[in-house]
Structure formats: structure tokens, C-alpha cells
Design a protein around this ligand. Structure first.
Ligand SMILES: [Zn+2]
Length: 163
């Protein structure tokens, strides 16, 4: 059985996107913009190399979501700094006996919990950039009403999602 986390897909036949001023997570008024990034998109296949393209588009979200998003990013960054500091301190105190295992354990002990808020507040739960090419921009959207609004604003229609 195919996993279908996103029920709707919007394919915009243009290089520019107009977003409704509502939040994809709660459909409330959007006031902040959060960049969403596509995964590596294969844009061409050549004999000796493949060319990957990454794109980011700034999507309007509500102030509450933006706050939670920046807070969880902040938690992540602080955890990263603590991990690096502790790893350096551990390296100095244990000297040559310091092994990679304890560093790795430290990393998981701190970064593991720190990644939970990041995971819960990811914009990708609500809207995801699927592909960008010279002819169109494609999004996967969680909320059907939001998908309809994006499609209407960009003179296109919502496509059913088949994974
Ligand atoms: Zn919201």
C-alpha cells in the first residue's frame, strides 16, 4: 500500500507562485514567511554526471507557527553548541583515551531530544515543495482547502496525490 501523507498536489504552470495570506497549518491569517526547500531535484542526466538542483520558496505562515518554528530552530542550535563544547571538554579531559563512542553517545543524548521540537514544527508537515523546473512549480499540500486557494490564485487546479 502506498503511503500518502499529502492528499493534494498543486502544479503551477509558471516560475512564480502567489500564496494566499493564510497559514497552511491552521488557515489563520499569515504574517510571517518561512522558507521551504525541495529535496534534490534531478534536472538532467548526462553521461559523466548528474545535475541536482535545490530550490527554496518562502511560504506565508501564521505568527504562532513561525514562533514555534524559530524557537525549535533555536533549541537545535543551542543543543549543537552545547554538544560541540562538551565534546571539546571531554576531548581535553580524557586526552588520548577519549574514544569516538562517547562522543557519539553525547551527540545522540543531546541532539536526539533537541530534534523532537524541530520534527514536530517542520513546515513540511503542511506544505512541501516537490519539484521546480523550467515550466512549473509543484507542491504537496496537506489541507485540501489551502490547496484549493493556492490553485485558484495561480490559475491552476488541484491534482489528486498519487505517490
Ligand atoms: Zn498557522
Amino acid at each position: 500500500m502506498a503511503i500518502r501523507p499529502f492528499p493534494k498536489k498543486v502544479s503551477i504552470p509558471s516560475q512564480t507562485v502567489v500564496f494566499p495570506q493564510i497559514c497552511p497549518h491552521c488557515l489563520d491569517t499569515a504574517s510571517e514567511r518561512i522558507p521551504i526547500e525541495s529535496k534534490g531535484v534531478l534536472t538532467g542526466f548526462y553521461v559523466f554526471y548528474t545535475k541536482w538542483k535545490y530550490s527554496a520558496i518562502r511560504v506565508p505562515f501564521c505568527a504562532k507557527f513561525a514562533r514555534i518554528f524559530s524557537l525549535s530552530n533555536c533549541v537545535w542550535n543551542i543543543a549543537l553548541i552545547i554538544t560541540v563544547c562538551l565534546a571539546i571538554a571531554l576531548g581535553f579531559s580524557e586526552g588520548a583515551r577519549h574514544d569516538r563512542g562517547s562522543g557519539l553517545l553525547l551527540f545522540f543524548l543531546i541532539m536526539g531530544p533537541a530534534s523532537i521540537p524541530m520534527w514536530l514544527s517542520r513546515p513540511g508537515k503542511h506544505i512541501r515543495l516537490l519539484a521546480v523546473d523550467s515550466a512549473s512549480i509543484q507542491f504537496a499540500v496537506q489541507d485540501p482547502a489551502y490547496a484549493e486557494k493556492v490553485a485558484a490564485l495561480n490559475n491552476t487546479s488541484v491534482v489528486e496525490w498519487y505517490d
